[in-house]
Design a protein around this ligand. Structure first.
Ligand code: SF4
Ligand code: SF4
Length: 146
């Protein structure tokens, strides 16, 4: 259906959860590194799905330290520390998936996402679709002109 109705807008980063093709990265999200949430009571939370797990508050001396030191994910974890992912060709676009999902399913941050097989099947298809979209709307010649 998508192939038959390719939109003009870029789709390559929008169709698979937490898969970003455009730029290489080592972590699926900023959990514990450059991402925090502050709720309506001024409490700090690591991720939107952990809203029952408060790690600090805006009254903390340094909320960046709170984010880094008190989140549930070890600082060193990234896709290169996941054995199943470290040689995968998609490691820097998938990064092993949502770390919270992995933790909730397997109790650790060293496993790949349960969505792995879906991603492996669909990432190549997604790239093909993006190529077809670019060709359909003649986007490459426009970019070259700029
Ligand atoms: S596709 Fe699978 S093996 Fe590859 S990075 Fe993603 S979760 Fe890891
Ligand atoms: S841990 Fe998962 S749900 Fe939480 S911010 Fe990261 S990707 Fe989103």
């Amino acid at each position: 259906m998508i192939r038959n109705n390719l939109p003009k807008e870029k789709i390559v980063n929008k169709l698979l959860d937490r898969v970003f093709i455009d730029y290489p990265h080592k972590r699926t999200c900023g959990l514990g590194h450059h991402y925090l949430m502050i709720n309506h009571k001024g409490k700090i939370i690591s991720c939107p799905l952990l809203d029952d797990r408060v790690i600090g508050s805006i009254a903390d001396e340094n909320i960046v330290d709170t984010m880094i030191e008190k989140n549930i994910m070890p600082k060193t974890e990234n896709v290169e520390s996941i054995n199943d992912c470290k040689d995968c060709p998609w490691r820097y676009v998938c990064c092993g998936g949502c770390p919270l999902l992995v933790y909730q399913k397997y109790g650790n941050f060293k496993s790949k996402t349960p969505m792995c097989n879906i991603n492996k099947q669909l990432i190549p298809e997604l790239i093909r679709l993006e190529a077809e979209r670019i060709r359909k709307f003649n986007i490459v010649p426009n970019l070259i002109k700029i």
